[in-house]
Write a protein that binds this ligand. Structure first.
Ligand code: BMA
Length: 400
């Protein structure tokens, strides 16, 4: 291959119609220098064409591993789609906290390439998250995923800071935690805890482990206190920007990529309704549990994917399908018949870096199969698809 390229280059610069070697022998030193420079220039241009374009995180002080992660996500999205599962290593249907276990692994023999975690209740200083996963264990699993080259993505079902209710308790709260608000000091204490957690994620060399943080998600819906209807667009954006500025500038957190992730949307305008700006977002995603329910609405699903990837390529951001799934997966052919079918229909531009299905909590609330599940065989077919990447299919995403 290299030989062929060199040969073409040599003949390209040969304007005498005879072989380059012959010409070199005849040329004087000056001609040789010129030829050498032309050759060098040409090789430089060719090598630049084949180099990945390095993506710049919004945090200009992002660590090298964090930068590499963003670049590699961008490269992956050109080739295929990683499969992700929420809380994959922590528990599954009818088991909890078993070393090396994951429902996905029990079915296909490989781990998801992306693992989702939720830090809801970390803000309160609790030891366990809202789904009873201990933060100590979460830290350990995050390291495991990082060391195996996979991605950790973190959502935040934060409690309502005013009422003390859950994320789903929608008394107005955003305005009160902004810098001029009555509860701003509480929010600062929350962010201090989050920063402490992010900075506690370290690899064996003492390097910070990069994570993708996806705060204040599904804001195009109204079920969370930060959602549409419970704050203005300006307040949401101010909250987002303040959060990132505080974590990066004040707390010196530089191992985080930030994902803006809406719920379903039907237009570009709706998607960007709460968009905090290109300088505050690394990754664009959306959650959709609706259009993927059956083949009947596949066109809606594909349309949303295409809208997302268009916006992402225009803004030079990475796109992800941040949450989805069919609860209990009663359709035995859902994985290939609906999900994969839709993903294959996506327009061929840089696609999405991953698709993540929600957690396997209990028999009536799970989104990935487990041994003996009705959709198990179809999930194996989904796993075998060349465009779908599990952990063994990806290179480590933290080095060049
Ligand atoms: C929801 C459900 C809840 C859970 C929450 C945060 O979709 O799975 O049971 O507490 O996500 O993980």
């Amino acid at each position: 291959m290299v030989e062929t390229i060199l040969k073409s280059v040599l003949y390209f610069v040969d304007d005498q119609g005879c072989s380059y070697i012959y010409l070199l022998l005849l040329s004087n030193a000056v001609t040789m220098k010129i030829h050498f420079l032309i050759l060098l220039g040409f090789l430089l241009i060719v090598s630049f064409l084949f180099l990945p374009v390095y993506a710049e995180p919004i945090d200009i002080r992002a660590t090298i591993e964090t930068r590499n992660l963003l670049t590699n996500l961008r490269e992956i999205a050109k080739k295929g789609i990683m499969f992700g599962h929420q809380d994959a290593l922590a528990y599954g249907v009818n088991w909890k906290n078993k070393k090396g276990r994951s429902d996905v692994k029990s079915v296909v023999g490989d781990f998801p390439a992306v693992v989702g975690w939720d830090i809801g209740h970390l803000e309160l200083g609790r030891e366990q998250n809202l789904d009873s996963v201990s933060f100590k264990d979460m830290r350990r699993w995050i390291k495991k995923v990082y060391q195996s080259g996979g991605v950790n993505t973190i959502s935040w079902h934060a409690d309502n800071p005013i009422s003390g209710g859950s994320s789903w308790e929608t008394s107005p709260a955003v305005v009160s935690i902004l810098p001029e608000g009555s509860h701003h000091h509480i929010y600062l204490a929350w962010l201090d805890r989050l920063a402490g957690f992010f900075l506690s994620l370290k690899g064996n060399r003492g390097e910070y482990i990069p994570v993708v943080f996806r705060p204040f998600h599904e804001q195009t819906g109204s079920w969370f206190w930060w959602g549409r209807g419970h704050c203005t667009k300006e307040q949401y954006i101010q909250l987002w920007q303040f959060t990132i500025d505080y974590l990066t500038v004040v707390k010196n957190v530089h191992n985080v990529l930030y994902a803006y992730s809406t719920d379903v949307f039907n237009s570009r305008e709706e998607y960007l309704m709460f968009y905090p700006g290109d300088d505050y977002v690394d990754i664009l995603g959306f959650d959709d549990y609706h259009s993927i329910k059956s083949i009947e609405t596949l066109d809606v699903f594909v349309k949303r994917l295409n809208m997302l990837t268009s916006i992402a390529s225009e803004k030079e951001k990475v796109a992800i399908f941040s949450e989805t799934g069919l609860e209990t997966i009663p359709d035995p052919n859902w994985w290939t018949g609906v999900l994969l079918n839709g993903l294959h229909k996506m327009e061929p531009k840089p696609g999405i870096a991953w698709v993540l299905v929600w957690r396997n909590a209990w028999p009536s609330h799970h989104y990935a199969p487990y041994p003996g599940h009705v959709s198990g065989d179809d999930f194996k077919a989904f796993y075998r698809d060349k465009k779908i990447f599990f952990l063994k299919d990806i290179p480590s995403l933290y080095s060049k």
